[in-house]
Design a binder for this molecule. Structure first.
Ligand SMILES: [Zn+2]
Length: 240
């Protein structure tokens, strides 16, 4: 634990989300926080009791009447604004949730990856596009009926772009703070508890053909991957 006297009395100018990084811009300093798998920001009134123990706190920002605490961040870094560009941030792909997201840039980055790159690696690669996580990866590939290990070169450019456009749409329609839903647009209202929120992630059977889903740790990122062997066959292959 350490206090950072450089940040005392400094005003927060603005806060940016770039992919999975949160950038807190203060005068002459930027705090970069990557939440990783287990990180979470909490917002408390000045004397409110925290819901997690202080030893789990990675960043504590104290203001006159409120406190922002980030617990269990994967990565925290104090930077000068000029350092942002050459850091990891500068290499991140376009943020799919940004109103200025450049889909052509996403495609240039995707097509610059080796032709044999599996689609799961491409979707999770934050240097191609920033923001997609493992649940979305699985859901996108089911929606488009691609086997997770399909090589990038098996798709033409419009088909490849469609994956990122779907990811962008799913992320946009889940900004409301509810449990992540891919099977319908939650913004238009709840369809009731009987409707599954996700197509395949964490499920046993295919929602379309009821075939038992495959579930394996796959890809460069070693993340759990679900797919239907009959709806999402590998080109020239049907086994899990
Ligand atoms: Zn199926």
């Amino acid at each position: 634990r350490q206090q950072v006297p450089e940040l005392a009395q400094r005003a927060v100018h603005h806060v940016d989300a770039v992919g999975k990084h949160l950038l807190v811009h203060l005068e002459q300093w930027v705090v970069r926080v990557h939440l990783g798998m287990h990180g979470a920001w909490h917002h408390y009134a000045a004397h409110e009791t925290w819901k997690r123990p202080q030893w789990q706190a990675s960043v504590e920002l104290y203001f006159a009447a409120q406190t922002f605490v980030c617990f269990n961040a994967q990565d925290v870094e104090l930077l000068r604004p000029v350092q942002l560009r050459p850091s990891t941030i500068g290499h991140l792909g376009p943020d799919l949730l940004s109103p200025h997201c450049d889909m052509q840039q996403v495609m240039r980055r995707a097509l610059a990856k080796p032709a044999a790159t599996p689609l799961i690696d491409l979707l999770l690669d934050q240097h191609v596009s920033a923001g997609l996580g493992n649940v979305y990866k699985n859901e996108i590939l089911f929606i488009h009926r691609h086997h997770p290990l399909t090589p990038r070169q098996a798709l033409d450019t419009p088909a490849l772009q469609a994956l990122f456009v779907t990811g962008q749409r799913l992320m946009q329609q889940n900004l409301g703070g509810w449990r992540r839903t891919t099977t319908y647009d939650r913004r238009t209202g709840s369809l009731g508890p009987k409707v599954e929120r996700l197509y395949v992630y964490g499920h046993r059977d295919c929602p379309v053909c009821t075939t038992r889903l495959c579930g394996e740790i796959l890809g460069r990122h070693r993340r759990k991957t679900y797919w239907c062997p009959s709806c999402q066959p590998m080109p020239d292959e049907t086994a899990c």
